[in-house]
Design a protein around this ligand. Structure first.
Ligand SMILES: Nc1nc2c(ncn2[C@@H]2O[C@H](COP(=O)(O)OP(=O)(O)O)[C@@H](O)[C@H]2O)c(=O)[nH]1
Ligand SMILES: [Mg+2]
Length: 300
């Protein structure tokens, strides 16, 4: 049988090579951390998408000290990665039994929001929950059609009002969710980053509707990030952070990506936990992030 750990190990194998394999190969035979070695190491960490801030911090820790030797670089990285993931708190998705649980899903076009909604709908349905989706990306007809397909596939109900104002779709969804005792509401949104003003306005209108009618049920504001966008994705994340009060990140398309180190950069630069990981296009291809498992898949 295919075990989950092997699958994750496969998923992060390119990241592991870029982030650890290359660094260990280049550094561990050196006598000491000379400036030359440290520069090389910093470049490798940055090109593995660890982020400039974090890469510089790590290299600074190794400079002018004689406690850690180059032969211990692997253990050093492992300890530092565990520490940074610890700072963002629990990676468990918030959920309260016997209450409505609302998840507000944001992110740029193509990041994987609608697919994530399909996967979450399926996960909750498998757990026997009543799930309602708000088709809040009303900008493109194709987007509503797509989320409709996911609702049918997963067995979740949906509120879809073609081309209507997204905030009014969300309002209607919340009313139905409360009146009919749903367990879960998943809110899909558009992610038109080209126009920061429109994006901000649209997201804050939706957020206001939730705050006004169901604030105690809002469990997570999730930013969906495509792992392959690397540092660019991190810049986009900062715009979304200005728009809504994000609580966590879902990292998609980690399958085949060499940029999984972005999980560490997110922790360092955004202070947000990655809670969900997308590892494929199918309904079952969603994992709850587990820092320990991630670290051991990277290092073993
Ligand atoms: N390989 C892979 N593809 C994904 C994943 N999540 C989403 N996709 C694909 O990414 C594309 C954009 O996804 P979509 O959900 O429409 O993005 P949205 O615009 O943010 O709603 C689609 O082709 C999805 O099948 C993932 O975890 N792995
Ligand atoms: Mg979409």
């Amino acid at each position: 049988m295919f075990n989950l750990f092997d699958k994750l190990k496969n998923t992060v194998s390119k990241t592991a090579q870029a982030l650890i394999g290359n660094v260990v190969d280049a550094v561990s035979d050196e006598e000491e951390f000379s400036e030359f070695v440290l520069d090389d190491m910093e470049d490798m960490l940055i090109s593995a998408d660890l982020g400039v801030d974090f890469a510089t911090e790590l290299v600074d820790k190794l400079r002018g000290q004689n406690r850690i030797k180059p032969s211990q670089v692997k253990e050093f990285l492992q300890n530092e990665f565990i520490k940074i993931l610890d700072t963002t708190g629990s990676p468990a998705l918030k959920y309260e039994e016997n209450k409505l649980n609302i998840y507000f899903i944001t992110g740029v076009n193509g990041a994987g929001k609608t697919t994530l909604i399909g996967k979450l709908a399926y996960k909750f349905k498998q757990e026997g929950k009543r799930v309602l989706i708000a088709a809040g990306d009303t900008f493109r007809a194709a987007a509503e059609e797509q989320v409709d397909i996911w609702s049918k596939r997963s067995g979740a109900d949906i509120i879809r009002r073609d081309k209507a104002d997204p905030a009014s779709v969300v309002y209607e969804t919340i009313q139905k969710g409360l009146n009919e005792n749903y367990d879960v509401i998943l809110i899909d949104t558009a992610g038109r980053l080209q126009n920061k003003f429109n994006l901000m306005e649209e997201l804050s209108k939706i957020k206001n509707v939730i705050d006004k009618h169901a604030s105690e049920y809002l469990r997570e504001c999730i930013l969906v990030l495509d792992a392959n966008t690397g540092q660019n994705g991190l810049q986009q994340a900062k715009v979304f952070k200005e728009c809504v009060n994000l609580t966590s990140v879902a990292l998609t398309k980690l399958d085949g990506s060499a940029k999984g180190a972005i999980i560490l950069a997110i922790a360092k630069e955004l202070g947000l936990p990655v809670k969900l990981v997308g590892v494929g296009e199918k309904m079952e291809d969603l994992k709850e992030f587990d820092a320990k498992e991630f670290i051991s898949a990277l290092f073993n």
